[in-house]
Write a new protein. Structure first.
Length: 410
């Protein structure tokens, strides 16, 4: 009986031993860590998405702009002088991808922006906005999607000042576009594209007939049929200089515009640039309802002067008059501080200038104090009689603006 009992106890012990052994088994060694693999061919910040051959990068910035003094972007008398400061905070987030294919590198770029503005020209009521700023892909020289117009980015926009587009407010206009860029090994490149246009400009304006009556016109920054806007450019980049030219045909107005730019790099610390532009279209105007000036003639009769201001009607050549001249430069004062200057003068006798210091406080954080000066001397208008005339609302006025930009980039 005792032997039988010992047999059963031994039998049950053998059955329970594996389970007991499993409970007391030492913990498994942790898996080896998986490190992100970088993409050195694409530059800093790119890494391979796990399990794919696609390189990926996230970048962006957070900035605050505070402006005081006069409003250099104004086109009417009412908004020339600020009664309080203007402030805007913006966040931008960018996604970059690159994948090697048999047809070249397939790239994509997306940027979302969100901003909060208040005070002065932004309005007394706080407001926010979120929008898609860029969204395009590229393969073997082909680019398709939403981008700034080729007319702006092919020649490198303008200078390194913040308020660089005072005299050309549509230079950063977005558009759906299809383009092809050819790049040779000797520094030569060319681009040809079709664009749909933007819709952020003015939508109505007039020109004067010979008798002074208004010829009213519906303005548009977009095409209205199946004929697209056509843009093309040429560029040559050398070690000490770059020359670029671009031309555009606006299908809505059947007008064209062109600009040519020269960049010089005499030293590593000093660069200069100049650009000239021409457009075939005449300007359109609107009545400045907020400005009517009353005076009296020598005979005691009352004289009325009604203000008018130029409308923005096209992505291509959105300056006043037919011609415009730009110039500027950058000088590195120290390894962390650059001085930037830009000047612009259009053939309608308007002048705009800006100068700043771009100081890197720490890597990724820049302080940019800037001062701008504008002078308006356009005399366009029509005198109907001794008692009534229409003249540019800002003629004889100027503006001085100070601002500070603080930007964290990553």
């Amino acid at each position: 009986m005792v032997r039988l009992l010992c047999f059963f106890l031994t039998f049950f012990a053998l059955l329970l031993l594996p389970a007991f052994a499993a409970d007391i088994a030492p913990a498994a060694e942790p898996d080896e860590p998986h490190y992100v693999q970088t993409c050195p061919a694409e530059g800093d910040g790119y890494f391979y998405l796990p399990g794919t051959q696609t390189c990926f990068r996230i970048s962006g910035y957070l900035r605050n702009d505070t402006k005081g003094g006069d409003n250099t972007y104004t086109r009417t008398r009412k908004t020339l002088h600020r009664h309080t400061y203007a402030s805007r905070t913006r966040a931008a987030l960018r996604w970059h991808t690159a994948t090697a294919t048999d047809y070249g590198t397939l790239r994509s770029f997306v940027e979302f922006r969100s901003q909060w503005s208040a005070g002065a020209e932004y309005g007394e009521v706080r407001n926010s906005a979120q929008y898609l700023r860029f969204a395009y892909f590229e393969l073997g020289g082909l680019r398709m999607g939403m981008d700034d117009s080729i007319f702006s980015h092919w020649t490198g926009y303008h200078g390194n000042v913040v308020n660089d587009d005072v005299i050309t407010p549509m230079q950063n206009a977005r558009t759906n576009a299809i383009s092809y860029t050819y790049k040779a090994r000797n520094g030569f490149s060319a681009v040809l594209g079709v664009e749909q246009g933007d819709q952020e400009g003015d939508n109505a304006g007039f020109r004067y007939r010979a008798d002074g009556s208004h010829h009213n016109y519906t303005l548009s920054q977009q095409t209205h049929d199946y004929t697209p806007n056509i843009v093309g450019g040429l560029k040559w980049a050398g070690a000490k200089s770059t020359i670029s030219a671009v031309a555009a045909y606006d299908a809505y107005y059947s007008e064209w515009a062109t600009q040519t730019r020269l960049d010089l790099y005499p030293t590593d610390r000093f660069s200069l640039w100049t650009m000239i532009g021409y457009k075939s279209a005449d300007d359109y105007y609107a009545i400045d309802a907020g400005h009517i000036n009353y005076s009296y003639n020598k005979d005691g009769s009352r004289r009325v002067k009604q203000g008018i201001y130029r409308q923005i009607n096209s992505l291509y050549g959105d300056w006043g008059g037919h011609w415009i001249f730009f110039g500027g430069g950058t000088y590195s004062l120290t390894q962390r501080t650059d001085f930037n200057l830009q000047l612009a003068y259009s053939s309608n006798k308007n002048f705009a200038s800006a100068a700043n210091l771009n100081h890197m406080l720490v890597p990724g954080l820049n302080l940019i104090p800037e001062i701008s000066y504008n002078a308006w001397n356009e005399s366009h208008g029509y005198q109907y009689s001794e008692s009534y005339e229409e003249k540019n609302t800002l003629k004889g006025h100027n503006a001085v603006q100070g601002m500070l930009r603080v930007q964290r980039s990553f």
